[in-house]
Write a new protein. Structure first.
Length: 309
């Protein structure tokens, strides 16, 4: 498994590194990166999820157990972070960044790694995992911003953000097509599949372009705290949740892997928009993205030993 994990992660690291170099060398205009991230988030990634759920055989995916494992672990770790906030000396804005660093995940890295490890069957598992994680994470994060951030999103705004989330819409549309037994026309299926395949390389390049190292030295303690939660506490709680729900095999491995991913670069955008500590968030994203190259193989080896694959 460690060999497979390294083979899965090395291409991811290379694409992230390439994105970093392209941004720093000014190979393309700075305006390209926000547009590319928007295209990937609103079009390409939803197409990947839609096609995966609409065409994948979900009969072998333990959907209730997988969703229950992921939601329970997210809620549990979120409550632990909120309780711990009372005993740490950081302001509310900084806590929102630590919280995001502890619970959010990078879709692009997770899906690429799952496909590299398990091939096409992993698309269905990854899509179901995203359908469970994305709305749960967004609800929890917005609630934390409402309590600790400078901006105060309304209940209506939170609800609108969830029901219009493109990843949730892509998953919902794919599930609907699957349940109705609709066969997509060949031309549409091929187009959607091609768009979905473009999501991962473009998304990983954008992750690299968004990396910011300058703030890590000024905020090392909260960066380390968020990373300990993300790479130690969250995987441990998820393993316990797998045991509780009887989840095993590749579904358990993917579940723990998704909960062990570095936080998403979009966390920085949310911190900037909702009154969080955006510079600290940028440092957490950069630190965790690189640290994950060490922690993810370890998590995968331990999980495979526990649950098989």
């Amino acid at each position: 498994m460690i060999h497979a994990a390294l083979l899965a992660l090395v291409p991811i690291a290379l694409l992230i590194g390439l994105g970093y170099l392209l941004r720093r060398r000014g190979f393309v205009a700075d305006g390209f990166w926000p547009a590319a991230e928007r295209l990937s988030y609103f079009v390409l990634l939803p197409c990947l999820f839609f096609h995966g759920l609409a065409t994948a055989d979900l009969g072998a995916v333990p959907v209730p157990q997988l969703a229950g494992t992921l939601v329970l672990s997210l809620v549990t770790v979120s409550l632990m972070l909120v309780v711990a906030e009372r005993y740490v000396r950081i302001d509310g804005a900084a806590f929102t960044s630590v919280f995001q660093g502890g619970v959010r995940f990078n879709n692009y890295v997770g899906i690429t790694a799952a496909l590299a490890l398990f091939g096409a069957p992993a698309i269905g598992i990854a899509a179901v995992a995203n359908a469970a994680i994305v709305p749960t994470v967004n609800i929890l994060v917005v609630l934390v911003f409402a309590r600790y951030g400078a901006a105060r999103p309304t209940v209506r705004g939170v609800a609108r953000g969830i029901v219009t989330n493109p990843l949730i819409l892509g998953c919902a549309a794919g599930i609907m097509v699957r349940l109705l037994g609709v066969d997509l026309p060949d031309a549409i299926a091929a187009s959607v599949r091609a768009l979905g395949q473009a999501a991962l390389p473009i998304g990983l390049l954008c992750v690299g372009a968004a990396l910011e190292w300058s703030v890590i030295g000024r905020a090392l303690r909260p960066t380390l705290a968020a990373s300990v939660v993300k790479f130690a506490v969250m995987p441990s709680v998820t393993i316990l949740a797998c045991l509780l729900f009887g989840l095993d095999g590749r579904a358990a491995v993917v579940a723990v892997m998704f909960q062990s991913l570095p936080t998403a670069s979009s966390s920085y955008v949310m911190a900037r928009q909702l009154g969080g500590d955006a510079p600290l968030m940028a440092g957490i994203v950069a630190f965790q993205t690189v640290l994950a190259l060490v922690t993810l193989p370890v998590v995968l080896v331990l999980t495979e030993a526990l649950f098989g694959a």
